[in-house]
Design a protein around this ligand. Structure first.
Ligand code: UD1
Length: 310
């Protein structure tokens, strides 16, 4: 197994921890997907059977400020990767997409054939890459492509060795909340209390990151059946409000999370949750962790690594 990363928002230490947990040796090469020459060398050297493509920028707000960075890194980076794969006759790929491709959904739960649409440049890059992959497979049907649309991944590995380590101020709910709970930040701002939801706060489909990881293994297995393009939601099908997340975190960790309700964050949809049945049917994949476990594991990671990987 070869891991390739430009380390722009990650740390080599996380790979040391992966080796510790799994007892397996991992080869690492630092490389940016836009570095065509080095990427070509990596493929020539290691000749992988398949690629799991996670690389990309992923902050919605940042994508609105620096859209070109998003198009260059995410779209051009993927185009380069695919060209190098073609050159090496490697035609199996699992791609990290996102529920963001459903834009502001009109009907819930969201199935894979729900209408698509992007509401920010980040989402547009995911949609564009999906289209690029579909077009590629039409042009050469020997490609096998799995597109996984993640809902809201949270949690950490149960060992507390690997978890989310955002650089700077976290923009996502769970890392912000754990930093408040550990005393690093004063309080959590809950974005909007007047949505048409059960308690007025936004509803999302939070899914344990280890369940997401297992979804990739199932997708890789499926590619060996030569399915062409397959698209699956990775979510639990359960929608939870921001207040429910706070209360569940407090109940499962015993930590208080001071919060205040503030204005809505522009661009947030009121409710987003998946219909995950297709993944269960096709991939034989089912999430196994509930909200309590997601909160406990996030907290264990935060406690063991107050400064992340540094
Ligand atoms: C966004 C993206 C998603 C991406 C995910 C992880 C969209 C529509 N969604 O999800 O594709 O995979 O980020 O990068 O593009 N919240 C607070 N206070 C905070 C932070 C968040 O109240 O300090 C609320 C938000 O309003 C939202 C929920 O918590 O309702 C989850 O927010 P967040 O973790 O940022 O993820 P999404 O915006 O749902």
């Amino acid at each position: 197994m070869v891991a390739v990363d430009n380390l722009s928002n990650s740390s080599k230490e996380s790979l040391n921890r992966v080796q510790k947990i799994t007892g397996k040796t991992l080869t690492f090469v630092q490389c940016d997907l836009l570095d065509r020459a080095l990427l070509g060398q990596i493929f020539a050297d290691y000749q992988p059977d398949a690629v799991v493509h996670f690389a990309g920028l992923k902050a919605v707000g940042e994508s609105m400020v620096n859209p070109l960075d998003y198009y260059k890194n995410n779209v051009c980076g993927t185009a380069t990767l695919l060209e190098v794969m073609v050159e090496n006759s490697i035609k199996n790929i699992v791609f990290s997409s996102s529920c963001t491709v459903y834009g502001a959904p009109k009907n819930l739960p969201i199935s894979e054939n729900s209408p698509l649409g992007a509401v920010n440049p980040y989402g547009q890059t995911k949609l564009t890459i999906e289209q690029m992959l579909k077009d590629l497979q039409v042009s050469d049907t020997s490609w096998n492509i799995s597109i996984l649309r993640y809902f809201n991944p949270v949690g950490a590995h149960q060992s507390g060795e690997i978890g989310e380590n955002p650089s700077g101020t976290p923009t996502n709910l769970m890392p912000y909340m754990t930093q408040v709970a550990v005393g690093e930040r004063k309080e959590l701002s809950v974005f909007g209390g007047d949505y048409p939801t059960k308690d007025g706060t936004c509803v999302r489909d939070y899914i344990h990151v280890v369940d997401v990881a297992k979804g990739h293994l199932k997708a890789l297995e499926k590619l060996s059946e030569n399915p062409g393009v397959i698209i699956h939601n990775l979510g639990t099908g359960q929608g939870h409000s921001v207040l429910e997340i706070i209360h569940s975190f407090e109940a499962s960790t015993g930590q208080k999370v001071p919060y205040k309700i503030v204005d809505r964050r522009p661009g947030d949809a009121a409710s987003v949750y998946a219909n995950p049945q297709l993944a269960e049917l096709d991939l034989k994949w089912k999430p196994s962790s509930g909200l309590r476990r997601m909160c406990e594991d996030s907290w264990r990671w935060q406690l063991k690594n107050p400064k992340g990987y540094s």
